[in-house]
Ligand binder design. Structure first.
Ligand code: SF4
Length: 753
């Protein structure tokens, strides 16, 4: 029966799509903010659709087989997805902004990349694509609550969004409840999000359908939740998802295909959906806290008019600090000074958070890691906004939370419980929340001395001072051959794990994804090559990668997953590097946006000429030292240049171009010459002009290099001294895409004449 419905639904969509396309002419087809064209079509078929004619050609070639077999139904499902993609892409071709508030429609690459780290770390444990409606206000509230308290990303399609409006349930990307669209075809934007994971993080080439489906099945924790009465078209779309490796669960009666299509009552549907992808989420329960607590509250902001009181912040004083104190023998919460119900509404008050911990394996070094968690844990509390850290801490409590009964003792209880649950290494935990002015002052002085001691230790530590580095393979769930190596001079490329963080994490969970790497003998100090690192990298990458140079983008660079904060990319024309960060909206001198450059090296690949880095690595004294360090950096977005200004050697600052100075390669070259950037010495003086477009590269004005056995050829690229010298020095690999190259090599001895 369901098979018949799927086939019927698919035929209906196919006919509709053909008729929509029938009279369309001269339309350019693309989604905004993506490097992956129409991701479902591009991913599954490897076809880039650029015009409506390409789309017509594809859709007109599709058929739905009437024979009511499961295989035909699943194939019909895929046809439905392709048709949904076609219908949605036409919306974008005819209207620059086809979706208006609150709907998102297509979700760009940047959002997906931002979700990468929380997905990898398991902070967002799953993605649910929710289609349809619950039909009962109380059940809807419970359903959404079940999603929120597990911090699941929910992509909402159809009537459920209106239902949430009626029930006053807020939604939005900051709450991980994303209203995608009203029509069933908009569900393709959820599929488009999932299907980019194997392309971005898995490094799988578009069109490798089987590999993409395997990746979606085994590595992407996404499930479709189809609610309420299901029409034939929704069933057909669901069949397409099943075929693509995304299972479906519904509160309707359906023939069960274990792990692919299941039924559940609405009360347990979230938990049962997670089981289909073997996702286990631990939910912290709080009995005596009058507001909700969990990661779903993390994005909440408390604006001034909604604020009951403000604690510390720029208009007052305060600090937060974690201290090892072996005298702490039991868990407790102490409030020193006034509680928030004794403070004047709208007032600003001094505030210190002092957390004293004890445990036989605790060391002072770990305290910095614990301390950074205060921000996360406080923001879990509904109505509490925590900003900044250390002596810049700033907390606001909302009127709403205060009226619900929230007091400092509750905040202390949450901190105590979160610390104990997250860090089993802590045996006892005493939380002191201090609002007494003199006591705050006293602890501020203590805290400042602790910060200084910790910082100077971190600043002074370098690779030479330690025998052990740390590795992280958390991203292997998405990028199977990726290994991060974290040293005192090289923080993780996602920017979230420093050397001390990694050290603490490996101690707390020796079997976990972060582990010790005995560094072994250093075989190349400049490049940062260590025998111990290579052994571990080879083992942990399953033999895919044999050697890492920790401080080079050109020679055996570290692998890049997809979570990097920025990418270093080699620009052979000027023998220098560009650096582009994930939030840069413009184009690099090559005309490619961040996602275009990122696509060259993500997925756990080691690609010479590209390396993913953390912004913090740019402050390292060993930053790219194997390639010449800052002397080789020629371009970066202004935002990042400002951010790391203190790390850039003064004499180089004005010599590094940004998007404000240049917009293409020719301008870059001229800029570097004008400013006498150090790389300019390695640019061939006879090179008068370099022009580049997507079809060809020309180096004009080069003298013929016949004495070296190379001759120019019309319309092609001369591999002149510029490239030859670089290859000789560095052994680089040149990667060019969409470039027509004509090379004439006349190999002969110099004195052959
Ligand atoms: S340290 Fe590396 S492997 Fe670990 S989460 Fe960050 S990017 Fe992924």
């Amino acid at each position: 029966m369901v098979v018949d419905n799927i086939i019927k639904g698919s035929k209906e969509v196919l006919n509709l799509t053909k008729s929509i396309l029938n009279d369309k002419e001269n339309l350019k087809i693309s989604y905004p903010n993506t490097n992956y064209n129409l991701p479902t079509i591009y991913g599954l078929l490897g076809k880039k659709i650029e015009t409506v004619n390409d789309l017509k050609e594809l859709i007109n070639a599709l058929n739905v087989d009437d024979d009511a077999t499961l295989e035909n139904a699943l194939n019909a499902g895929v046809t439905t997805l392709l048709c949904a993609e076609a219908i949605e892409s036409i919306k974008y071709a005819e209207n620059e902004k086809p979706y208006s508030e609150p709907y998102t429609g297509f979700i760009g690459d940047e959002v997906l990349r931002d979700l990468g780290v929380p997905l990898v770390e398991g902070k967002i444990p799953a993605i649910l694509v929710v289609i349809g409606k619950v039909g009962d206000k109380e059940k809807l509230k419970k359903f959404i609550d079940d999603i929120k308290k597990r911090n699941i990303l929910a992509l909402l399609v159809g009537d459920i969004i209106k239902e949430m409006d009626e029930a006053n349930i807020p939604y939005g990307l900051d709450k991980l409840l994303v209203p995608v669209g009203e029509d069933i075809t908009s569900a393709i934007h959820a599929a488009n999000l999932a299907i980019r994971a194997p392309l971005i993080y898995g490094g799988i080439e578009p069109g490798k359908t089987e590999e993409i489906i395997n990746y979606l099945t085994n590595r992407v924790p996404a499930v479709v939740v189809a609610l309420g009465p299901l029409d034939d078209i929704t069933l057909a779309a669901g069949a397409g998802c099943i075929k693509a490796g995304v299972p479906v669960i519904t509160n309707n009666k359906v023939p069960v295909i274990e792990g692919a299509l299941e039924s559940s009552d609405i009360d347990n549907i979230v938990e049962n959906a997670l089981k289909m992808k073997n996702v286990d989420v631990k939910v912290s329960e709080y009995d005596n806290i009058p507001v909700s607590v969990g990661p779903m509250n993390e994005g909440e902001r408390v604006r001034k008019p909604d604020m009951h009181v403000e604690l510390a912040g720029p208009k007052s004083t305060g600090c937060e600090v974690v201290i090892v104190n072996e005298d702490v023998k039991e868990d407790s919460v102490e409030i020193i000074g006034k509680d928030i119900d004794e403070m004047e509404q709208g007032s600003t008050n001094p505030f210190a958070i002092v957390i004293e911990v004890s445990g036989k394996n605790l060391e002072e070094d770990i305290c910095g890691v614990f301390e950074r968690k205060i921000h996360e844990f406080l923001n879990y509390i509904e109505g509490v906004m925590h900003l900044n850290q250390r002596d810049q801490v700033w907390v606001r409590i909302s009127k709403d939370a205060f009226e619900k009964g929230l007091r400092l003792k509750h905040i202390g209880e949450v901190l105590k419980k979160q610390f104990k649950e997250h860090f089993p290494i802590i045996e006892n935990c005493r939380v002191k929340l201090i609002t007494d002015k003199e006591e705050v002052k006293k602890y501020l002085e203590i805290a400042k001395k602790i910060y200084e001691k910790r910082d100077s230790r971190a600043r002074d530590l370098s690779e030479e001072d330690v025998d052990t580095f740390y590795g992280c393979v958390m991203c292997q769930s998405f990028a199977p051959s990726h290994v991060c190596v974290i040293t005192p001079d090289r923080t993780s490329l996602c920017g979230s794990i420093s050397y001390f963080d990694a050290r603490a994490a490996s101690k707390m969970d020796p079997e976990g994804p972060i582990f010790e790497v005995p560094k072994g003998k250093c075989t190349d100090e400049k490049l940062g090559i260590y025998e111990g690192v290579n052994e571990v990298v080879k083992d942990r990458s399953g033999g895919t990668v044999e050697e890492f140079a920790l401080h080079s983008a050109l020679v055996k660079p570290c692998t890049s997953c997809g979570c990097f904060e920025a990418i270093v990319f080699y620009i052979p024309e000027v023998d220098g590097f560009g650096i582009v960060h994930r939030h840069f909206k413009g184009e690099t001198p090559y005309g490619l946006p961040f996602s275009g450059v990122a696509g060259q090296c993500s997925g756990g690949k080691q690609v010479e000429g590209f390396v993913g880095i953390a912004i913090e690595y740019m402050r390292s004294p060993k930053f790219l030292q194997g390639d010449g360090g800052w002397n080789k950096v020629v371009w970066m977005p202004e935002e990042i240049k400002e951010k790391v200004k203190d790390a850039i050697p003064k004499e180089l600052y004005d010599k590094i171009a940004t998007e404000k100075d240049i917009s293409n390669m020719e301008e870059l070259t001229n800029f570097l010459k004008e400013r006498e950037h150090p790389v300019i010495q390695s640019i061939q003086p006879e090179t008068d002009e370099i022009s580049r477009d997507s079809e060809k590269i020309e180096i004009v004005g080069e003298k013929e290099k016949t004495e070296k056995g190379l001759s120019s050829s019309e319309g092609g690229l001369d591999i002149g001294d510029v490239v030859l010298e670089t290859i000789k020095d560095r052994g680089i690999q040149i990667i060019m895409k969409n470039v027509k190259i004509v090379i004439n090599l006349n190999v002969g001895k110099k004195d052959d004449g």
